[in-house]
Design a protein around this ligand. Sequence first.
Ligand SMILES: [Zn+2]
Length: 305
Amino acid sequence: MNLKDYFEKARKENFAIGAFNVDNLDIFKAICSAAQKKRSPVMVEFSPGEVGYFGLDNIVDLVANARDFYQIPILLNLDHARKVEDCVAAIESANSDPGSEMKLRSRIDRARFDLVHFDGSELEIAENISECKKVVEAAHAKGVLVEGEIDRISGTSEVHSEEIDLAVVKNSYTDPQRAAEFVAETGVDIFAAIFGNVHGTFPIQPDLDFDLLGKIRLALPNTFLSLHGGSGIPADQVKEAIKVGKIVKVNVNTELRIAFRDAISEKMQESPEEVTYYKLTPDVVESVMAVVEGKIDVFGSAGRI
Ligand SMILES: [Zn+2]
């Protein structure tokens, strides 16, 4: 099954696949281990910042090894890439030319990016469309899916102590008609809908607007929908969004980073003499795993391999 098959299965069976950002190797292990334990398909995703940390080629190899090791569907996404060339680099890294040396390796499938998310939301709509079309053309030629976005999602993937400006958030909501035009023009496979979701966590999270989500769903009958900013949204609202919007992918970043930061700080305080990093990490991986397992339960993806 490829990513499209998984998205179709998710839409039909009313669950969503968790798309978890990989900030470091411990978080990567935690995501894969949690998904394996839950027998859940899972998406690992890397923002351009995270790609800068790991290196694109390392990511592809890391995922290839993980697919062998964990024996579960591990899907790979480039998250929020603002440049066409970053998307193309990821798409090209998916190239498994049968004549290449990769054939010499024992793997049946070389890992590849399954999805690239072109985030042109900071551009004027006409430029967003023209840039996004370039990504779609390059991606579809290699069997890679594309996610598009037109509304700038509020916040950044971190813990915010300031109150969120609800007027600004409301301004960023997706207009169903504009979304339909964007999808028709670009041919993106999945669309990042904004209906009260924000990046990061805030003291008071805005409620999701399910009326609007229903309208977006109707306006885009043949397009998969994603929910960004999956951290901090109450579980019942996420479940409702999956139901109302037939959302197939929920992005989670901040909650994993918080769990990692808290767990590693605690370990370092407990063992101030320890200088071997990997000896500190088993409990840290467990802590992040618990968050991922909880999300998988909310998204309903356990046992859907
Ligand atoms: Zn996002």
